[in-house]
Design a protein around this ligand. Structure first.
Ligand SMILES: NC(=O)c1ccc[n+]([C@@H]2O[C@H](COP(=O)([O-])OP(=O)(O)OC[C@H]3O[C@@H](n4cnc5c(N)ncnc54)[C@H](O)[C@@H]3O)[C@@H](O)[C@H]2O)c1
Length: 243
């Protein structure tokens, strides 16, 4: 599958690396994020390198914004791929999770992923497609630092991935997820040196992952190279959690 891929969170660390990797592999890429200025700059970098790309502002938690982005994405050619990388992190224990925090984290990470999957479903079931959701190791094993809201949101993404994969397979739509561990992006820069040290000590490969290492797995799952893979969550975590 070449075709057009809609990528959310495309201005972030993993999103930006994925955008460039998908473009290098011949996909037209729709760069979607809350940060419109950053989206424009990623899209113009891709065009300058000879790829096809447009930028679109998007709030994944707002269904109207999502529907508008999916409509715009179809201007760039046959929409055949969706990568849900938009997300927000939340750290702490249950006492740190206010009802407002809970709604915000679930609203972006889980409901946002649902909103995008729901919006592309009528398009993808017409001609096939591939969806890759960005979950987290935190959705498979409760980590020390992630809050219950973040863990629940990412466990929900894994459940949503399995359910959609099962339901949409007969229409030629594959749905998979990646579960990154500690990846060196702006998201984890606020963790502070003490947390970084503890996290590094728990990684058997002895280092953080790079955004490019996540992008390579997403590129595989989006493409026909993984044509018999659906409903799976692939861990990219340096051996932190082995199941
Ligand atoms: N970095 C890690 O260690 C790590 C580990 C596991 C999972 N993840 C997941 O990977 C994904 C990408 O994270 P990252 O490390 O690139 O983080 P990042 O903070 O660099 O990027 C996240 C992007 O999402 C965008 N975003 C946030 N809320 C949005 C909304 N409502 N609508 C549209 N865009 C929105 C942000 O503007 C940002 O560009 C996230 O889902 C995150 O939970 C990251």
């Amino acid at each position: 599958m070449q075709g057009t891929v809609l990528l959310t969170g495309a201005a972030g660390g993993i999103g930006r690396a994925t955008a460039h990797f998908l473009a290098q592999r011949g996909h037209a890429v729709v760069i979607a994020d809350l940060d419109v200025a950053a989206c424009r700059s990623v899209a113009s970098e891709i065009r300058a390198a000879g790829g096809q790309s447009i930028a679109v502002g998007l709030d994944v938690s707002d269904p109207a914004s999502v529907d508008a982005a999916v409509a715009t994405a179809q201007d760039l050619g046959e929409l055949k791929g969706l990568v849900n990388s938009a997300g927000i992190v939340h750290l702490g224990g249950i006492r740190d999770v206010s009802r407002t925090d809970w709604d915000r984290v679930i609203g972006v990470n889980l409901t946002g992923t649902y909103n995008l999957c729901k919006a592309v479903e009528p398009v993808f079931t017409q001609h096939g497609g591939s969806i890759v959701n960005v979950a987290s190791t935190a959705g498979r094993t409760a980590s020390t630092f992630s809050s219950p809201a973040y863990v629940a949101s990412k466990a929900g993404v894994i459940g949503l991935t399995m359910s959609l994969a099962h339901q949409l397979a007969p229409q030629g739509v594959r749905v998979n997820a990646v579960a990154p561990g500690i990846i060196d992006t702006p998201m984890i820069q606020g963790y502070g040196p003490e947390r970084h040290e503890k996290l590094l000590a728990g990684i058997p490969l002895g280092r953080m992952g790079s955004a490019e290492e996540v992008a390579h797995t997403i590129g595989f799952l989006i493409s026909d190279e993984s044509s018999y893979v659906t409903g799976q969550t692939i861990a990219i975590n340096g051996g932190t959690f082995i199941s």
